[in-house]
Design a protein around this ligand. Structure first.
Ligand code: BMA
Length: 866
């Protein structure tokens, strides 16, 4: 009998431990269980997941089918026009009830939400990106309490707002797909823009309790925020200021301690006497010889784990907060130079060439993005030698986890505020809402060392172009008075509210009003040839410029450009049936949201390749094409260093399975582009260019010391004969691009059939190959490729698996694919030189069988075999 009682005690304890976290003083209870949803004035009802969304709940309850499958999205447009009620029961313990303070915290509500506790109305939330805190001390009782969240249709709310305002531009809002004609309501609602559709995303305007719901109870004092300011960080000293905001309900007299959680070093021990209310205290901390935080290629990702503690006079802990940060100085340097004005990031005094990508939310329903999804995207970025991701303004301010992973992995973040490709209203309520949203997010994210810059919006300054005749034709739709009104709202948000918040709540972080922009002032609209600011170059793709034009349009910082491709067949099969396997079928067109989409891919393909007729081959070829284009861009940007100091292609990921600009698909599968990016972003890169009658070789180096090495140029025919070979001692200047070699074409290519030869350039240092690149003198479709014979082997070495593959002929863009999907190859879609064995590492948990290996290559799929 006795034993039984003990067991019961243990069970109860462990249940409580699952649901609530207890420090000495504060009890935090997650209210995530027993939720049910119900359609208001409707029939759909079922168990709900919180955090979650209405679409994922309807899916889990079998009311709808997978919204990403074929054209299911079309049938699901009714969901956003309904109101939904979410309810649960939570239990308040006597211990919680006795506390001085009890609050309900909603970390994120999407979007129009009315909150009721025990049937009493408490709050109307109206911004997906804000946090909401409600005092429920007087409302809750010991035992069971009812929590109800009514999620109002964002579309109905949007339409009400539109009725009182003239329409505003929102080019990516797919209102037609939502059966709303031209009524674009996204701009009125502070909610992720891409929910309403984008040129790579479906229109799935969901609602939900998308972040945690917490019940917090405590006595006397709470630590609201801790900010580790870093006014001066150098190699020898970090002069920090810890700024702490406290919420006091009963006068406090005791001690405040700041310590290092790892070393237990105590930085500050202070006696404090504070009266009721909100108090701000700050303490300087000096750390000699700090371990600095660096991006991956430049050094360690040292992090400091600070703990702030409040103790009462009897030395009992009343409150405690942990903060992790990295010590570094990061600055955007915009200084006049001979060419114009620089736009470069300096990390700990080192100018860093930014190699990155634009990043969008990983799913239309972000609540189902898992930790391993986040880890994968960040790993994919780091493995491809990136040092920055841009969290783009049509998505969400990411979850904490995203930034924690960036901190740990040495990835900088360009953080947009969530405004993109639209104009916004400027009334008082809207502006106040924006201000609070900015405050919440800046406070939440400012301790992350990865955050390099805050940017007001995506492309709005260029699109509207108030001070020039340019732009996207939006302002021409409005009369003078409305134009001025719209511009005033623009200036209020991006030149007043947001910079003021960044200035007030950070320690001097950089703010850039809009990407792209030629200068800080609103009249500095970006163009393709500004020698200042950042640039989005969409001549290739939207403007149908050839890939070669990447070489023409140089910027000080290229924050967007790109080219589309299809995902591979395995991914397409997740949303399409064999009968849909035609790029102009309804399903394939629906999984393509760029108006000019699939046919543009085909058109560009026809310029450089023979277009395959087989569907699967066409998908493969689209990836080869995309990799070719974007690689050209990266080479152009990097070799333009130091004039250009950054390149971020559009885009690293997808939010559903689709044809898009992404380099990894919705299932995180690397497209040909991601493999190409990895190579093009290596610290040392050789770039070959043809200029009139000359061949030039550039050595681009991100290394912080000069590199001496042997440059070797080998002209090889497609059977493997070496036609010419030249070697030269070269010097690559540190952290820039140097022209290291130049030769007249007529000397080098004399008597050579340029459609049957490839130039291999290599940089060697003491036998180690620092960089290798290939260069062709003709377009792929003009190459005389031949049928190859392969020798392939799978070998196990020290518990790891490798494929060794050799061909007797040059093979263009060899794609190795195992039937088994859980395989990652260290390289793929590469050109295989004749008689040269390529070793590829295979990461898998499955048993490998050569029989399952399928090979695809350009000559095979386009029939330009001699
Ligand atoms: C840029 C981005 C996105 C868009 C992409 C492709 O303008 O900012 O708005 O998805 O181009 O068109």
């Amino acid at each position: 009998m006795k034993i039984k009682i003990i067991c019961l005690g243990l069970i109860i304890l462990s249940v409580v431990a699952c649901q609530s976290k207890k420090t000495k003083n504060m009890i935090i209870q997650e209210i995530h269980s027993n939720w049910v949803f119900a359609e208001i004035d409707g029939t759909h009802t079922g168990k709900a997941t919180v955090p979650g969304t209405i679409h994922t709940d309807l899916l889990a309850n079998n009311f709808i089918e997978d919204p990403f499958y074929r054209v299911n999205e079309k049938e699901q447009q009714w969901i956003d026009k309904k109101d939904w009620e979410y309810t649960t029961i939570f239990t308040v313990s006597t211990e919680e009830f006795k506390k001085d303070n009890i609050v309900l915290e909603f970390k994120g509500l999407d979007t129009y939400a009315s909150i009721y506790v025990n049937d009493k109305f408490l709050l109307n939330a109206h911004n997906m990106f804000r946090e909401w805190e409600i005092d429920v001390k007087k409302l809750v009782k010991v035992g069971e309490n009812k929590l109800k969240v009514v999620l109002h249709s964002p579309i109905k709310k949007g339409l009400e707002l539109l009725e009182n305002h003239y329409p505003l531009p929102a080019i990516n809002d797919q209102s037609e797909n939502g059966e709303m004609g031209n009524e674009k309501v996204s701009i009125f609602t502070r909610k992720a823009g891409y929910h309403y559709g984008w040129d790579w995303g479906p229109r799935l305007v969901t609602s939900g309790i998308w972040k945690p719901v917490l019940l917090k109870s405590w006595n006397q004092i709470k630590i609201k925020t801790v900010f580790i300011k870093q006014p001066k960080v150098t190699k020898s000293v970090a002069e920090l200021v810890t700024e702490i905001e406290l919420d006091i309900t009963t006068n406090f007299s005791g001690q405040l301690r700041i310590s290092n959680q790892e070393t237990n070093e105590q930085y500050i021990t202070e006696t404090l006497k504070l009266e009721n209310g909100v108090a701000k205290v700050s303490f300087p901390i000096t750390i000699q010889n700090p371990k600095l935080w660096w991006t991956k290629a430049l050094g360690e990702q040292n992090l400091y784990h600070f703990n702030v503690e409040l103790l009462d006079e009897g030395n009992n802990q009343l409150a405690s907060k942990d903060i992790t940060t990295g010590l570094r100085s990061i600055k955007l340097i915009r200084e006049k130079d001979e060419a114009g004005e620089s736009f470069l990031f300096e990390l700990n005094g080192v100018p860093v060439f930014i190699k990155g990508a634009n990043y969008i939310p990983n799913d239309s329903f972000v609540t189902r993005v898992t930790t391993s999804d986040y880890e994968k995207v960040i790993k994919d970025a780091v493995d491809a030698n990136m040092n920055m991701l841009r969290v783009w303004g049509g998505g969400i301010y990411e979850y904490d986890q995203f930034y924690e992973l960036c901190d740990k992995n040495g990835l900088l973040v360009w953080q947009d505020f969530m405004f993109a490709c639209s104009m916004y209203p400027g009334n008082k309520d809207f502006l106040e809402n924006v201000k609070q949203e900015a405050i919440d997010n800046v406070i939440r994210l400012r301790n992350h060392p990865s955050i390099a810059i805050w940017c007001g919006n995506n492309e709005i300054n260029t699109a509207w172009s108030h001070y020039s005749d340019g732009g996207w034709g939006w302002k021409e739709e409005y009369k003078e008075k409305q134009r001025e009104e719209i511009q005033k709202a623009y200036l209020d948000i991006f030149h007043e509210i947001l910079p003021t918040v960044v200035n007030k709540y950070t320690d001097g972080d950089d703010y850039w009003p809009s990407s792209p922009q030629a200068g800080f002032e609103p009249e500095k609209h970006a163009g393709y040839e500004n020698p200042s600011g950042d640039m989005h170059y969409w001549g290739v793709w939207h403007g149908k410029h050839p890939f070669e034009d990447f070489e023409k349009y140089k910027a000080r910082f290229m924050s967007e450009y790109g080219f589309q491709s299809f995902p591979d067949l395995e991914t397409v099969k997740k949303y399409a049936l064999p009968e849909d396997f035609n790029i102009e079928s309804e399903v394939m067109s629906s999984h393509q949201r760029s108006g000019i989409g699939n046919l543009t891919i085909k058109e560009y393909m026809s310029w450089d390749y023979n277009v395959p007729t087989n569907f699967e081959n066409f998908l493969y070829m689209s990836q080869v094409l995309q990799a070719r284009g974007v690689r050209k861009a990266i080479e152009a940007h990097r070799s333009a260093m130091p004039y250009t100091m950054g390149t971020m292609y559009w885009q690293i990921n997808d939010c559903w399975p689709v044809a898009s600009w992404s380099s990894t698909d919705y299932y995180h599968k690397w497209k040909a582009l991601h493999y190409a990016v990895k190579k093009a972003y290596e610290p040392v890169l050789l770039v070959t260019k043809e200029k009139e009658d000359t061949i030039l070789v550039y050595g681009v180096s991100d290394l912080l010391e000069e590199t001496k090495g042997e440059l070797k140029l080998s002209l090889i025919d497609f059977d493997g004969n070496i036609l010419k070979e030249i070697s030269d001692e070269v010097l690559l200047i540190k952290n820039t691009s140097t022209k290291v070699f130049e030769i007249r074409k007529e000397n080098f290519l004399a008597k050579v059939n340029s459609s049957k030869a490839v130039l291999k350039i290599e940089l060697k240092k003491d036998e180690a190959v620092l960089s290798e690149n290939l260069f062709y003198f003709e377009k792929p479709k003009d190459l005389q490729l031949e049928e190859p014979n392969f020798t392939t082997e799978i070998v196990e070495e020290d518990g790891e698996h490798f494929i060794y593959i050799t061909s007797n002929k040059l093979v263009k863009n060899l794609y190795l694919n195992f039937k088994n999907q859980h395989i990652f190859l260290s390289d793929n879609y590469f050109d295989l030189l004749p008689n040269t064995t390529k070793k590829i590492k295979v990461t898998t948990t499955e048993v490998l069988d050569l029989k399952d290996l399928k090979l695809k290559h350009v000559q095979q799929v386009t029939n330009n075999i001699n």
